[in-house]
Design a binder for this molecule. Structure first.
Ligand code: FAD
Length: 527
């Protein structure tokens, strides 16, 4: 029995339903703690649905000698991949090399090269790139992912979309992750293990009395106010971590995050293989071009200072031009603004380590317990999607310093909902689902298995025809799936579904999305 069942006091109150809040809630609930999590909007509505969607070690962080972060992230890629083979999959990254490419000039690597090879002037010798990739291959105990390879671009299909001056490329491995689904599946697993997950619920204030937090929440749809008591607060508010510290809890802390906006553009598919490109820019930054949602290419990202978390991040025209010009230095085809079909933008809540540029600010995380209010609050600064599970374990170590946590780390390798099948088993699962539900097209079955894994069958139930799945909202979205998302995955509006539980917003018209929203509101009213 959870201790709160007796006292009415929760062990933890987690503020924020991004990946860090949901990851901590899952881990804590699985260790027997009573947990309430409040998200003021939809789960993953902020940074955790706006990432580049990679479980990656962060090749470029080697330039900054961030070996601990890179090693932890590299090891973690395969741990995560095995626990969620539906929403994560291996990807190969092609890094075209040219001897005149410029790299960022104020990294520790640049400074070292400036001393030992001053004539290179922010360029990198090929042997150094190979050394970086050697480290990337070996730092993290890679078992599932294939190693680095060298490509001769004149002969390889990966060279076809690129300008002729690129003759050599290096190819390495990382993984794709459906970021917003990762968040929702962590929330669901947390709930299955006893946590209470509240969406559209804003924490408006928290004060401590006799060592216990009194957290006030407001339902953003109904305005209903509620008080929850908890022994400890976890502030996982991402870009709002400082806002929660100062305005909601009133702590006298000077810790803060540096908000760095990152934007992506989506174009029609630019090339016909499944690998990604890693492009090095003349300003020392890098961008990726990634096959996206079968028919599209995702290009990003930018690094721009963003002062206010309440200012909605958008991809500005200047950022679009930057990404287009960057990609145009590599692709044969010239991209223009007319090629952009969608953009999205998010704010990185980076720990403020005083770095000079946004690009240089650390991507590592910092966890700080503050007891100055009389009851403990754990503030989460920074972090990456890739390190969320490790961050949650570190958070639980801190929490164990404040209360009795009898169970140790448990999440490594434990599947998320729908991920209980072999890491190389996705094609077999798609084939099985198609056999059981022959009315599904190949693309539709793939989409369902990639989103729901073994749970795809639960959504499809006893259906023998498309009509059995109920209302058809377009682009293979049916009532059966929408009901599942509303009942099990906290979806409240069409936007939650078509931009976060899936990306069918790329295929549905504005009218179709409005019709879906109307249907959902009517279904909620009737419930
Ligand atoms: C452009 C970009 C690309 C990235 N690419 C990658 C990548 O490829 N790989 C990778 O590993 N990482 C990547 N990252 C980093 C990663 O996305 C973030 O580190 C991570 O999503 C942060 O999660 P979070 O839970 O801390 O914050 P968020 O996801 O922002 O969650 C915080 C939540 O708190 C809620 N909240 C705030 N205040 C309150 C309140 N008072 N009451 C209730 N709720 C509240 C917000 O609504 C929000 O949903 C990228 C980030 C960006 C911006």
């Amino acid at each position: 029995m959870n201790s709160s069942d007796v006292t009415g006091i929760r062990d933890l109150f987690v503020i924020g339903g991004g990946i860090n809040g949901c990851g901590i809630a899952r881990d804590a609930a699985g260790r027997g703690l009573s947990v309430t999590l409040a998200e003021k909007n939809d789960l993953a509505s902020a940074t955790s649905s706006a990432s580049t969607k990679l479980f990656h070690g962060g090749l470029r962080y080697l330039e900054y000698f961030e070996f601990r972060l890179v090693r932890e992230a590299l090891i973690e890629r395969e741990v995560l991949l095995s626990a969620m083979p539906h929403i994560s999959w291996p990807m190969r990254f092609v890094l075209p090399y040219h001897k005149d490419m410029r790299f960022e000039s104020d990294t520790p690597t640049s400074k070292l090269l400036g001393v030992i090879m001053p004539w290179m002037k922010a360029r990198r010798p090929a042997w150094l790139i190979r050394l970086g990739l050697f480290l990337y291959d070996h730092l993290g105990g890679r078992k599932i992912l294939p190693p680095t390879a060298t490509l001769k671009l004149k002969a390889a299909p990966e060279g076809a979309p690129l300008e002729a001056r690129f003759e050599t490329a290096y190819e390495y491995s990382d993984c794709w992750i459906e970021d917003s689904r990762l968040v929702v599946l962590n929330a669901r697993d947390a709930e299955a293990r006893g946590a209470e997950v509240l969406v559209r619920t804003e924490v408006t204030s928290a004060r401590s009395e006799n060592g216990i937090w009194h957290v006030e929440t407001r339902d953003t749809e109904t305005g209903a106010v509620r008080q929850v008591r908890a022994r400890m607060v976890v502030n996982a508010a991402g870009p709002w971590v400082g806002d929660v510290i100062q305005s909601k809890i009133g702590l006298n802390s000077r810790e803060g995050v540096r908000l760095v906006r990152g934007s992506h553009i989506v174009t029609k598919r630019l090339y016909d293989h499944e690998k990604c490109y890693f492009f090095q820019g003349t300003d020392g930054r890098i961008i990726f071009a990634i096959p996206y949602e079968t028919d599209f290419t995702l290009i990003g990202t930018t690094d721009a200072e963003h002062s206010d978390p309440s200012e909605k991040p958008v991809c500005t025209e200047a950022e679009q031009d930057y990404l287009l010009n960057f990609a145009n230095q590599y692709f044969r085809q010239t991209l223009t603004r007319d090629d952009v079909v969608w953009t999205y933008s998010g704010v990185r809540p980076l720990y403020d380590d005083g770095a000079s540029t946004a690009t240089a600010a650390t991507r590592d995380y910092t966890l700080k317990v503050d007891r100055s209010a009389g009851a403990p609050v754990l503030n989460i600064f920074g972090g990456k999607i890739t390190t969320y599970r490790r961050l949650a374990e570190s958070a639980l170590e801190k929490i164990a310093g404040e209360m009795d946590v009898s169970k140790g780390p448990w999440t490594a390798g434990v599947p998320l909902p729908g991920g209980d099948f072999p890491v190389d088993g996705v094609e077999a699962l798609i084939a099985e689902v198609r056999e059981s539900y022959p009315f599904l097209t190949a693309r539709w079955a793939r989409r369902l298995v990639r989103a729901y894994g073994t749970e795809a069958r639960e959504i499809l139930g006893a259906a023998t025809t498309v009509a059995d799945l109920g209302e058809d909202f377009g682009a293979t979205l049916t009532e059966a799936e929408v009901r599942w998302l509303m009942d099990k995955e906290y979806a409240r509006s069409a936007g939650d579904i078509v931009w976060r539980r899936n990306k069918l917003g790329l295929r549905l018209s504005a009218d179709e999305i409005a019709a879906l929203d109307q249907w959902m509101q009517a279904a909620r009213a009737a419930a």
